[in-house]
Design a protein around this ligand. Sequence first.
Ligand SMILES: NCc1[nH]cc(CCC(=O)O)c1CC(=O)O
Ligand SMILES: [Zn+2]
Ligand SMILES: [Zn+2]
Length: 362
Amino acid sequence: MTLDISSVLQGGYNHPLSRQWQSRRGLDKSMFMYPIFITDDPTARVEIPSLPGQCRWGVDRLEGFIGPLSRKGLRSVILFGVPLKCEKDARGTPADDPQGPVILAIKKLRALFPALFVATDVCLCEYTSHGHCGILHQDGTIDAAPSAERIAEVALAYAQAGAHCVAPSDMMDGRVRAIKRKLVESGLGNKCLLMSYSAKFASGLYGPFRYTHTHILSLSLSRTYACVLLRRLSLLSSSHFRDAAGSAPSFGDRKCYQLPPGAKGLARRAIQRDVTEGADIIMVKPSLPYLDILADAARLAPDYPLAAYQVSGEYAMVVAGARAGVYDLRVMAFETTESIVRAGATLILSYFTPQFLDWLEA
Ligand SMILES: NCc1[nH]cc(CCC(=O)O)c1CC(=O)O
Ligand SMILES: [Zn+2]
Ligand SMILES: [Zn+2]
């Protein structure tokens, strides 16, 4: 029996919030999905200097952190694992460790906040020894089929732990179909939403995010590949040094899977591909430099909710400009967000979410 994943629609509107995302409307609280960083020290609350106002949180802190936001109208979060103590390997084994921070956080948030929509970023880079988002051939290039399969396995583990939504951010070929298939086969096809980072560009704007994964400035990360040390010698500019202990690859870059900034055609093809592979929500990332892609996505996939990720570097830019006295923070947070909605987004992944809960208070 072949599995017809294109017949499965219910996963996309199983939740009251995902039903709201089906229609286009003006800015409101339910459009915001808040990205939060969960680390493996249960009591941690560590500020992230490059992302002012954002912290890495331990699971024991989630009640105190999310409780007040939930009372202000927070509807959804997306979880990013920041493992700092685990043993990383070539296949990203800790990604679906039942005792890992993401799975524990899913369970905790579901139990504490029944009305909160819990999405999880799905990627291997935080958990692989080489820091790439997939599984590699001996020569260091991406091995597509096992990468998609492994990512699907991790997504399934998050869905089984109770995630309402799994969101693959790796940009591996075939992973949307692999994930959807696994969800359907496991009886979760009509329960768990698949939000695909469909058009994710190889952007300089992920800098602060990679820094969120930085524990100590250390050069002792991965020694799996012979070329690493050699390459590292040429990568010791301050910015690469900073990335070195985070989720940044220990050699090479992500340009073989994330899209080149000028590649409108590839972005359009990736969006259409993910639609046919069974995505329930299409995402464009970053947001502001790619509003044309967002508008294209709205035309290419008019029948789908459309997400935009205003990424760490965009947030940092808005905050930095405000701190430098260039403009008012609130004015620019609204202006950038409104432009994203105008371009066609029905939901926004935003580090400004807590502020908007205050600002949108009627
Ligand atoms: N797959 C990892 C991942 N998932 C989300 C982001 C960026 C999020 C942000 O910058 O806010 C990244 C960084 C990257 O691809 O290098
Ligand atoms: Zn990744
Ligand atoms: Zn590569």
